[in-house]
Design a protein around this ligand. Structure first.
Ligand SMILES: [Zn+2]
Length: 466
């Protein structure tokens, strides 16, 4: 087999590798699926050359929590609280999804991520009403060519074909066995919210994940005044916390719980846009810093907000700076320096994200030997030229439109601003049909518009109050 070489030439390279740093006008040589070299003036030889002069070259970004199946419900939660979301999406719409809908959501959502330079997602997949739903979710990710941790969720929306929780959890092993070690997809578990199940069932979910060597993602500490989504103390007491866990949101945790997460080297995912809009509390950048936990970022739900990590970096950085500046302002003074830099924000979506997904040996930085997950940003746009500070331009200015090329495991999935081998109008038509089908099935059994009024279905609120 001959080696396929691609030379990405002359870009401003932000490697995010602490040893390599930044390399202005640098070259990145890709051989097959790996990064072979990063240096100035590499000889192209027989390589295909991508001219990146005037562009920024950086690692593909990592989103550590996205409910990709919800993509065709775009912005339906625009004015919903978290409680409305549970009633409207998790209980009503989820029940109306068939496997084709899950496929469409995951395929379109993964393409949206790739288009915005996100090459790895942790797919928190909790619309698995039947085994076919889970198969369809995986197919959607695979067809989009994205790298993903497929976190199989065991949530029972009320439309499940599984007759017991044990049978649902057992389906994880079937799905896990379908993934080859060479696949871009790895296995994980999306825990049912702690408190919605008898505790032994939560323990069974955690143990099942560890039997298949999967990542464990959990919504943690995001429902105030409730025991739902807590459980850090219980997990700590039973030795169940670990470095293989991604705890998402964590806004309502106390300092003792933060100390437990830090001691276990558990990972944390922050969704600034969802949290700030839905009443989940303050994004936990300060707590991460206080307890030595590396923050990661996530888009969570495009059924509410944006599906790109540029927006999450901007909101997250602005919020983190605001909190520290506000303390100084309140003493009638101005800050001498800012407490977070754009470099911090870039780490949240690259090296830190890869580590949370357990993929730090494969992705998260431009490092020879790692997989070639690479983004080239730039071109003639208001946002990318001129740009005296490339890292600043990425964090504060870039949009998905500025993502020129995207490579995953050495394969170009976006080239010169267009997704490769994707008929986008056709995919969007399919998503429109799926969305209207789902909504018509929901409205056949529940009043319009969503969210459902309390008298019809406030099941989650009832659970939370329990
Ligand atoms: Zn979530």
């Amino acid at each position: 087999m001959t080696t396929h070489r691609i030379l990405i030439r002359g870009g401003d390279v932000l490697t995010m590798d602490p040893q390599l740093g930044d390399l202005p006008a640098g070259d990145v040589l890709v051989e097959d699926d790996c990064i072979a070299a990063i240096a100035r003036d590499l000889a192209p030889g027989d390589a295909e050359v991508i001219d990146a002069r005037g562009h920024i070259v950086m690692p593909g970004m990592v989103d550590t929590h996205r409910h990709t199946w919800q993509t065709q419900m775009r912005a339906i939660c625009a004015n919903w609280t978290l409680n409305d979301y549970f009633n409207g999406i998790r209980l009503a719409l989820c029940r109306a999804y068939n496997p084709e809908d899950v496929y469409v959501g995951n395929y379109l959502g993964a393409l949206e991520a790739v288009n915005a330079g996100v090459t790895t997602i942790l797919d928190f997949s909790h619309c698995n009403n039947t085994p076919m739903h889970a198969d369809a979710a995986l197919d959607g990710l695979a067809h989009a060519g994205i790298r993903a941790v497929f976190c199989y969720g065991f949530f029972d929306s009320g439309a499940s074909s599984f007759t017991t929780h044990d049978r649902r959890v057992a389906d994880l092993e079937r799905i896990s066995a379908t993934l080859s070690p060479r696949s871009l997809l790895t296995i994980g578990v999306a825990l049912t919210e702690v408190g919605l199940l008898p505790w032994p069932d939560t323990v069974a979910e955690i143990e099942a994940a560890r039997r298949v060597g999967g990542r464990i993602a959990a919504h943690t500490g995001c429902v105030w005044g409730s025991q739902v989504c807590m459980g850090v103390r219980e997990m700590d007491a039973q030795g169940l916390l670990g470095p293989d866990q991604v705890h998402i949101h964590c806004n309502a945790l106390g300092d003792d719980e933060w100390a437990m997460l830090a001691r276990a080297n558990a990972k944390v995912s922050i969704s600034p846009e969802t949290e700030l809009n839905m009443g989940m509390g303050a994004p936990v950048f300060g707590k991460c810093r206080q307890f030595g936990v590396k923050p990661t970022l996530s888009c969570d739900i495009v059924s509410l907000n944006s599906g790109d990590l540029f927006t999450q970096m901007r909101l997250g950085l602005a919020y983190a700076r605001f909190v520290d500046n506000d303390v100084i302002n309140r003493s009638s003074a101005m800050p001498d320096q800012l407490s977070y830099s754009v470099r911090d924000a870039l780490e949240w979506v690259t090296v830190n994200g890869a580590m949370a997904c357990g993929l730090e040996s494969k992705t998260g930085s431009l490092t020879p030997g790692k997989q070639a997950d690479i983004v080239v940003l730039g071109g003639d746009s208001f946002t990318m030229r001129p740009r005296p500070d490339p890292a600043g331009s990425v964090v504060f200015q870039a949009t998905a439109h500025d993502v020129h090329d995207v490579m995953i495991a050495g394969k170009l999935v976006k080239r010169e601003g267009r997704l490769v081998n994707v008929d986008l109008p056709r995919v969007l038509d399919r998503a429109e049909k799926s969305a209207s089908g789902i909504l018509s099935r929901v409205h056949a059994t529940a009043p319009s518009p969503l969210p459902l009024p309390a008298t019809v279905a406030n099941q989650f609120a009832a659970l939370v109050r329990r």
